[in-house]
Ligand binder design. Structure first.
Ligand code: SF4
Length: 122
């Protein structure tokens, strides 16, 4: 049986979790302190995903950058494609929390949304 060691990122405790696998199937999960660790470990070894957080450039705003994040998890393998698209965004102020700043980031089908607001410069 193949064993994979992970650090759970579900909370600051950072439990060391060991996943037993065979032919791509999860046979066991050990070391997790709670159910979230079990869920995280099974997902991480079969279909790892992440929320991407970053910032985009704001034009004519009171601040130069706007904090953003993906609206939901994206496949870990698509992070560079998503960041490539995020880095090309130029958005006009004003822009408010919850606004969609980029659709279908990295061809994932997932939008990128503002997590803060930037008013227009005076
Ligand atoms: S297994 Fe539970 S307690 Fe341990 S790091 Fe993950 S979420 Fe936190």
């Amino acid at each position: 049986m193949e064993k994979r060691s992970l650090i759970c990122i579900g909370c600051p405790m950072g439990c060391q979790v060991t996943v037993g696998m065979e032919n791509g199937a999860v046979l066991s999960v050990e070391g997790n302190t709670c159910k979230r660790g079990d869920i995280y470990a099974r997902k991480e070894v079969t279909n790892p995903t992440r929320i991407v957080t970053s910032t985009v450039v704001v034009e004519q705003g009171e601040k130069e950058r706007l904090p953003v994040k993906t609206a939901c998890d994206i496949p870990k393998t698509k992070i560079f494609d998503v960041m490539h698209d995020i880095n090309r965004v130029r958005i006009q102020a004003p822009v408010h929390r919850g606004a969609v700043v980029l659709r279908n980031a990295g061809n994932t089908g997932v939008d990128v949304i503002a997590t803060g607001s930037v008013e227009a410069a005076r």
